[in-house]
Structures are given as C-alpha cells and as structure tokens.
Design a protein around this ligand. Structure first.
Ligand code: ZN
Length: 445
C-alpha cells in the first residue's frame, strides 16, 4: 500500500512536470538517490558475447544517463555506435578570467557495466542507516555476512549510512557509485555557477570495463581531454596512479587418447600433465598469499579431457623485471614438462593485457598531485594506493591520456558482499568539485 501510494505520487508529480512550463527547475537529486536508481538497471557484462557493448543493459543505462545529462544542460551529448556516452560541461569562466584560455580540459570517467562474476539482475539495495559498528548480515541470504575483520573500511563508515545488496546479487557500486558521483558533481556545478569555477569538462560513461574490452573502443581524440580521472576506486581518500603489469599465460597440452582398457604404454593423459604444471607453481606467489606491492601467478581457468587440457593463468607484477621473472619461470616449467613428457605436445602462449600506468603518470606528476590536493580540501588525507588490478585508466594512460583513479567509497567489488559508504560517496562528489577548481587555480600560478 505504501509503495502504491508512493508510485501514485511520483506519477502525479511526473504529469505535473510534463505539463508545466520547461523553465521549472528539476529537483536536486542526491548521489544516493541516483545510485539507487542506477543499480536497478542490470548492466552485467558478458565475456562470451560477440556484441559491443556485450549486453543490452549497458545501452539502456547509457540512454538513461544521456537523457539526464541533457536535463542538466550539458552539451555535445552523444552515444556512439558502441554505446559509449560522452558530453561536455562548458567552462563557466568569464571571458576576461586569466585562466579562461589556459585551463586544460579535464575528463571524468566511470564504467556502466558490472562484473560478470556475480549476478547484477534485480539488485535490491538495502540502506543500513547510521551504521554503529559490527558485522552486517544481509537480509536476503543470511550466509552473506560483511565482517569487521575482513573490512577495515567499516570503521571509517561508523556514523554513516551503508548501502548493500540483499545478499543475493552484487550491489553495483563498481562502478555506479562513480557514475552517481560524477552526475551529482555535474548537477552541483551547473546549479551553483557562482560557487565553483571550472574549465571545459568532458564526461564519459564507458562500456565493458569488467571484461577488459570496452576501452579499446574509446575514441581518445574525440574525447579531447588533456587529463582525466576514472572515478572507480574504493576506500575514501584513496587515489591510484599505479596498476599491475598484467599478462595472461595459457598452457595447452595435447596428449594421446585410447580406451583405458588398452592404454598401457600408449595413453598420454593431458589432465595429469596439466596437474603436474599447476603443482609446480609456488603456492605463496598467489593472490591468496600476497598483498600490497607483491605480484602473483594465478591459475583461474581450467578445462580438459584425457586428450587435451588447458589452463589459463594471470601473471601480475608492479615492476617490469618482476613480470619478466614470472614469465621466465612459467617458460622453465613448460621446458621441464616437455622433457618429462616427450609424447605430449605442450604449447605456451603469453598475452599482454595492460601495463602499469605509473610509467607514464610519472611524466605528468601534477595530474596526481592536483587530485591529492582536491582530496585534502575535503578534509581527508589522500592515500596513494597501487591498484592490485587494472582500470580503464591504465590503457588510456598508455595511449596518451593521463588517467589516475579516484575513490568512490565502495568496497568488496565483484561479490555479493559489496557495500558502499554513503559518506565515502559524498566525499567522492566533493573531491570532483574541488578537483575542477584546483585545475583552474593551478593553471594561472
Ligand atoms: Zn570498476
């Protein structure tokens, strides 16, 4: 009943707004309200899809966002053939302002898709008001518990609201928190022109970040920013100017198949050879046993029959020589196995995924410095944190657009225990507002 009357109210409000004059200003929407709306659009990406974007839901959210950008009064709004949304918030600096022709064009980016690892359909966001500490049991599946000992960021959220899913899906803070933060910052800039001065701002909502393919379709020239930020990080105060170097090693073994009853001295079981390969990987150089700046080797996909088996393995390291060592280690195991199993065919393929963006960001240290200054102005201490993974920013930076990553307040990405600190989200909005101002100030110093 409550819900029905609420919908009726919205309906009447809607009819009222449609029929009244266009000059009526739309109500301000908070970052939380936006976030709650965005997570209800299922945008889970699909690594097995042939289409771009990989799923329809991303197009649906993209259209919704483009419409909202239009309502906010942004310009050059477009959705390209791949579903990537771009728009401009033109500079509000007066003609005679000394920064008018000096301030670089700043880009703000967030990705629309969610991880393929956990369902993003029918997300039912739950707001836990005024969190006072302790574990959080998710109401839709009580086996899903957000534990204090696994979540140091919970302590920072005491006194704040926390948003989770009901425990049956992921939440989608990665990266709808980033979208909500950007949209809310834009709304604030548009409606308070006297309070914030800024140069031209370019905005983009991107596709298929989680499957690593979307950014390949991103037109950097068309975007036209001089520096950019992905709003796709985690704990409040964090900024990242480093990602892993990332490669994938694929080991494929072809053995010899024959009826097991007559297999003596003939069969070569590829499954046993693959098992031997995995057995030689040092268990302590794994994601389960590393943290901070340590790299790892991580077999994450295995398939096989007696005749043919394959293992895929992530190689991650922050340093080039560390990555080389890992590659050489894999090559040496494969060489040993070729000697041990001469009848089998053992192939090794190593593919590069992305490289540590620090190599390029070190050439433009001010891009990171200005973000640190913006975070400081929100009252937080900036925390430079290497990302134990990749971001779209890694590929953009390598292609010439310096793009560090800023926090959103979200935690436990890609899991049913994903959660968002509302305080963190609000600080993310504030950081963006300060950031565009910092760029104006610094451009005339
Ligand atoms: Zn993300």
């Amino acid at each position: 009943m409550y819900k029905f009357s609420y919908f009726l109210f919205i309906l009447i409000l809607h009819i009222f707004m449609v029929n009244s004059s266009a000059s009526i200003q739309l109500p301000n929407e908070t970052a939380v309200e936006r976030f709650i709306r965005y997570v209800q659009v299922d945008t889970q990406s699909d690594p097995d899809s042939e289409s771009v974007p990989s799923t329809e839901g991303q197009l649906k959210l993209g259209k919704m966002l483009a419409e909202e950008l239009r309502e906010l009064g942004l310009q050059d709004i477009e959705i390209d053939e791949f579903g990537i949304v771009m728009a401009t918030l033109p500079s509000n600096l007066p003609e005679d302002h000394p920064a008018r022709n000096k301030v670089p064009v700043i880009g703000l980016l967030a990705h629309m898709d969610t991880s393929p690892e956990v369902s993003g359909a029918n997300v039912n966001p739950v707001i836990h008001r005024n969190y006072q500490g302790g574990n959080i049991v998710l109401p839709g599946d009580e086996t899903q518990v957000i534990r204090v000992e696994e979540n140091p960021a919970l302590e920072l959220a005491i006194g704040s609201d926390i948003i989770t899913s009901d425990g049956t899906t992921l939440l989608g803070a990665d990266d709808k928190a980033g979208i909500a933060a950007i949209m809310t910052a834009l709304q604030t800039l548009v409606r308070n022109p006297d309070q914030y001065t800024h140069g031209d701002i370019r905005v983009s909502f991107t596709i298929d970040e989680e499957i690593g393919t979307g950014i390949g379709y991103f037109d950097i020239e068309r975007f036209g920013a001089d520096a950019a930020y992905t709003i796709d990080g985690s704990t409040m105060g964090e900024i990242s100017n480093e990602t892993f170097n990332a490669k994938t090693a694929i080991v494929r073994v072809t053995g010899r198949d024959i009826h097991p009853g007559y297999a003596k001295n003939i069969m070569i079981n590829s499954i046993r050879i693959i098992a031997d390969f995995i057995d030689r990987l040092p268990p302590d150089i794994s994601p389960e046993q590393t943290e901070g700046r340590e790299g790892y080797m991580h077999p994450n996909l295995l398939s096989g029959t007696t005749y043919q088996s394959e293992v895929r393995m992530l190689l991650r390291d922050f340093e080039t020589d560390g990555m080389e060592k890992k590659e050489n280690f894999v090559r040496s195991i494969v060489d040993e196995l070729r000697l041990k199993y001469p009848g089998a065919e053992i192939e090794l393929e190593i593919r590069e995924s992305y490289r540590n963006m620090r190599y390029w960001l070190d050439d433009d240290p001010h891009v990171t410095e200005y973000a640190k200054e913006a975070i400081r102005r929100t009252g937080l201490e900036p925390n430079l944190k290497p990302i134990r993974g990749g971001t779209d920013g890694a590929r953009l930076t390598e292609r010439g657009l310096p793009t560090p990553n800023l926090f959103t307040g979200g935690e436990n990405f890609h899991s049913r225990q994903e959660w968002l600190s509302v305080k963190g989200l609000e600080k993310s909005v504030e950081t963006i507002l300060h950031l565009v101002t910092v760029w104006v100030e610094k451009s005339i110093q």
